[in-house]
Design a protein around this ligand. Structure first.
Ligand SMILES: *Cc1c(COP(=O)(O)O)cnc(C)c1O
Length: 369
C-alpha cells in the first residue's frame, strides 16, 4: 500500500497528461507558454479569485506574496508554528520575524482567539495555514485583520479545492497561496504553485516579482526572483483538472469513512485514538488524513509492521526548531507541542480503494487492541 497513490492517478489520466506534455514538446514554449495562462484562467475561475499567478512552488508563492506586500526587516508576520517550515522560512528570508500563535487543539489550525494579543505596531500580516486541507477560522481572522488594517495570506498549500462557508480556499483573504507539489491534493510532476488575489495591484506586483521584477522586458522596476512555473508543469495540472472534482469527492468520502470507523470503534476510543476535527462550516480536501494517538510512536512502528505506511505532520513545531526557536520560547505554544507528539497521518489519496482503507482501519484496531 502507498501512503499516496500517484501511480493509479497517472494510469487513469495517462492520455490527457501525455497529450498535454506532447503539445508542449511540439510548440516548444517551455517558459511562459500558452498553458501557463490557460491554467491561470482555469484556476481563477475555479476558485472565484479575480487573479491567479502561477509560480515555481508553494514556497515561492508565499515569498512573492510577502514581497508584493513589501514585508521586510523589522516587520512581524503572525503565523502558526504547526506547519511545514516554508511558512515561516519565507518570513525570515525577507528579514522579517515570524510571530508564532498557538493552534486549536482539535483542528490543529491557528487559534484565532489568541491572535489579537500578539499584534504589535510592527505586525504587517497574518498568515494562517489551512492544515491537512481544512481552512482555519478565516472569518474571525479576517475580522481581526480588518480592525488593524492588516492583509491576510492564506497558506493553502494543503487545501486547494477546500471550501469555507461556501467559498473556496485561496479566495478567502487578501492573498491565497497554493502548491502543486506532486503529493498535494492538486499536484504536478515537479514543483509548482500559484497565488490568488482579487487585488489587481498585488497581482501585477506578483507577476513582476516572479520575472525578476520586470515591468517590461529588461526594465527592472523592483527586485524580484526567478519564480515562474514552467509550461510542462502547467500542462500536467491542466490535465489533472479533468477529474479533480471526482478526486475531491473521493477524498471527502474516504475521509468521512475513516472518521466514522475511528469514532465508532470501541477499541480505538479506549486507546484514545481520535480524528482531527472537521468544523461543520467547511470541507476538507484531506491533504492529509490525520488522527491524534496518545501512543503515536509505538503505533506508527506497529502499523509499519502490518504494511501500513503513515507519516507525521509535524514531529516538531517550528517554534522548537533550531532555525526558528529564537522567535519564540519553547513552551509558548503548548497545543502545538502536544499535537506534534500525537498526530499521525494515514494513507490518503483519491485512488485509495475501500479494501485498502479497510486494511488500514483493521490494522489500527488490531495494534490498539
Ligand atoms: C507543501 C507546503 C508548502 C510548500 O510548498 P512547495 O510547493 O513544496 O514549496 C508550504 N506550506 C505548507 C503548509 C505546505 O504543506
Amino acid at each position: 500500500m502507498q501512503f499516496i497513490d500517484l501511480k493509479a492517478q497517472y494510469v487513469a489520466l495517462k492520455e490527457p497528461i501525455d497529450a498535454g506534455i506532447q503539445r508542449v514538446l511540439d510548440h516548444g514554449q517551455f517558459i511562459m507558454g500558452p498553458e501557463v495562462q490557460e491554467l491561470e484562467h482555469a484556476l481563477a475561475a475555479y476558485t472565484g479569485a479575480k487573479h491567479c499567478v502561477t509560480v515555481s512552488s508553494g514556497t515561492e508563492a508565499l515569498l512573492i506574496s510577502l514581497m508584493a506586500l513589501n514585508i521586510g526587516p523589522g516587520d512581524e508576520v503572525i503565523t502558526s508554528p504547526f506547519t511545514f517550515a516554508a511558512t515561516a522560512e519565507v518570513v525570515v528570508l525577507l528579514g522579517a520575524t515570524p510571530v508564532f500563535v498557538d493552534i486549536e487543539p482539535d483542528t490543529c489550525n491557528i487559534n484565532a482567539a489568541l491572535i489579537e494579543a500578539r499584534i504589535t505596531s510592527r505586525t504587517r500580516a497574518i498568515m494562517p495555514v489551512s492544515l491537512y486541507g481544512q481552512c482555519a477560522d478565516m472569518n474571525a481572522i479576517n475580522a481581526i485583520a480588518a480592525r488593524y488594517g492588516l492583509p491576510v495570506i492564506e497558506d493553502a498549500a494543503q487545501s486547494f479545492g477546500a471550501s469555507y462557508q461556501g467559498r473556496r480556499s485561496t479566495h478567502l483573504s487578501t492573498i491565497g497561496c497554493s502548491s502543486f507539489f506532486p503529493s498535494k491534493p492538486l499536484g504536478c510532476y515537479g514543483d509548482g504553485g500559484a497565488l490568488f488575489t482579487d487585488d489587481a495591484t498585488l497581482a501585477q506586483a506578483a507577476r513582476e516579482i516572479r520575472v525578476h521584477g520586470q515591468s517590461a522586458r529588461y526594465r527592472h522596476t523592483r527586485v524580484g526572483v526567478g519564480g515562474r512555473m514552467d509550461t510542462l508543469q502547467c500542462a500536467v495540472v491542466l490535465a489533472k483538472l479533468g477529474r479533480f472534482e471526482w478526486e475531491l469527492q473521493r477524498r471527502g468520502a474516504i475521509g468521512a469513512r475513516y472518521t466514522q470507523a475511528i469514532t465508532q470503534s470501541p477499541t480505538l476510543n479506549r486507546a484514545g485514538v481520535r480524528p482531527v476535527v472537521l468544523r461543520p462550516d467547511r470541507s476538507s480536501v484531506f491533504g492529509q488524513y490525520s488522527v491524534f494517538a496518545p501512543q503515536r510512536d509505538a503505533l506508527q512502528i506497529e502499523l509499519q509492521a502490518h504494511g501500513i505506511p503513515t507519516a507525521i505532520h509535524y514531529p516538531v513545531p517550528l517554534n522548537r526548531q533550531p532555525a526558528y526557536a529564537r522567535h519564540c520560547c519553547p513552551e509558548c505554544c503548548p497545543a502545538a507541542s502536544e499535537a506534534s507528539r500525537t498526530v499521525l497521518s494515514l494513507p490518503m489519496s483519491a485512488d485509495l480503494s475501500e479494501p485498502d482503507q479497510d486494511r488500514v482501519i483493521a490494522a489500527l484496531d488490531q495494534v490498539c487492541a
